[in-house]
Design a protein around this ligand. Structure first.
Ligand SMILES: *Cc1c(COP(=O)(O)O)cnc(C)c1O
Length: 355
């Protein structure tokens, strides 16, 4: 793809919301990034243009066979006023992993990184100021070819949109109630579990709705074959701390390779904490709870950073985790990552990229 990013500035600008009015994913900024792909040309015409609808043929492959991927990362305004993206290179790398899984042609990592930096740079005034708020960055690729045959499409659209989002925990981190899902499955070995693709989200909706009707925040997914090993929690990676050791399921099968997961594992190892990436059965979690060694359970993901689990329901039994309170490792990890994101702690690992 040609290196030059064309820029078409918007002639009108939307009013910017107050930080305290921000929710999640309802407001979008004035510009978006777009590039096109055709089999003969490769990726071409990278550009920033006014935010708006994308023309799409009703026969576009994405609308019928869900050939699409996305990613999600954030830009933060530090207490020093600087705008930083958190681990954008890692997100670009993961996007190409997802693309490969969905037979979507890869993006040039260098240009993709530049697409994020350029767009966030143009929209820097949209990055809210209050600690906890951020500018959510959503890069996406959709199959745009008008063709109803079943094969990978020959044309695609890459676009990036930005959304100012409020604090995930306006009243401080809060433990959630989770139901272990025994009926539905999110992904199976050999399936799409490791790709960030809309199809996985579609597959997760019914279980999430059922859990919400029963008074839970989300479900804990078990493996699709045996309904035995824990996989993920909602759309977050899962970690359990048993007898001092943090355990999380290994990558390579059904698990989404979370950037927050990687950050948490890196920090824990640096701190010299016990960490293990291995399969862990729900029975082992139940046994640890009975033995009084189930110290902490938490989810990890870009939206919340860390989400403590205060209660797990399985086969009608309710297990309260850590007295329903936030555990020390949960809190320490949250503070460490948030500190780097808002520039209150030094970034010694090159995780942030200043815009
Ligand atoms: C995005 C996502 C995660 C978390 O990944 P992060 O990079 O940490 O945001 C975990 N599980 C699923 C299914 C996801 O889609």
């Amino acid at each position: 793809m040609s290196d030059a990013i064309r820029i078409v500035k918007a002639t009108t600008h939307k009013p910017k919301p107050k930080d305290s009015d921000l929710g999640f994913g309802t407001l979008f900024t004035d510009h978006m990034f777009v590039a096109d792909f055709q089999e003969e040309k490769g990726w071409y015409d990278p550009r920033v243009e006014p935010y708006g609808p994308i023309p799409l043929d009703p026969a576009a492959a994405v609308l019928h066979y869900a050939q699409a991927i996305f990613d999600g990362l954030k830009a933060f305004r530090g207490v020093d006023g600087k705008v930083r993206l958190f681990r954008p290179q890692k997100h670009v790398q993961r996007m190409n992993h997802s693309a490969a899984q969905m037979c979507i042609p890869p993006l040039d990592p260098e240009l993709t990184l530049r697409s994020l930096v350029t767009l966030v740079g143009i929209e820097r005034d949209w990055v809210p100021k209050t600690v906890g708020t951020s500018l959510y960055v959503r890069p996406t690729i959709i199959a745009s070819e008008a063709f109803l045959g079943v094969r990978p499409a020959k044309s695609y659209i890459y676009f990036v949109i930005l959304s100012p989002v409020g604090a995930y925990y306006p009243e401080g981190m809060a433990p959630v109630k989770i139901r272990v899902e025994e009926k539905h499955v999110r992904a199976v070995e050999g399936g799409l579990g490791s790709a960030k693709t809309g199809a996985n989200y579609a597959a997760s909706l019914m279980a999430g709705e059922e859990a919400k009707h029963e008074g839970f925040t989300q479900v804990l997914w078990l493996d699709g074959v045996h309904r035995k090993y824990i996989d993920e929690v909602g759309t977050m990676n899962i970690m359990v701390k048993i007898a001092g050791e943090v355990i999380t399921p290994p990558l390579g099968g059904t698990i989404l390779p979370g950037v927050t997961r990687d950050s948490v594992l890196t920090l824990l190892r640096e701190w010299g904490a016990g960490v293990s990436e291995r399969q862990i059965s729900i029975d082992e979690v139940v046994a640890a709870h009975k033995a009084g060694t189930l110290d902490e359970v938490f989810g990890t993901g870009t939206a919340a950073v860390i989400s403590p689990v205060g209660e797990l329901a399985y086969k009608g039994h309710r297990m309260v985790v850590g007295g329903g309170k936030i555990g020390p490792t949960t809190q320490k990890l949250y503070d460490a990552i948030v500190g780097i994101q808002y520039g209150t702690a030094p970034d010694t690992r090159g995780w942030t990229l200043e815009v």
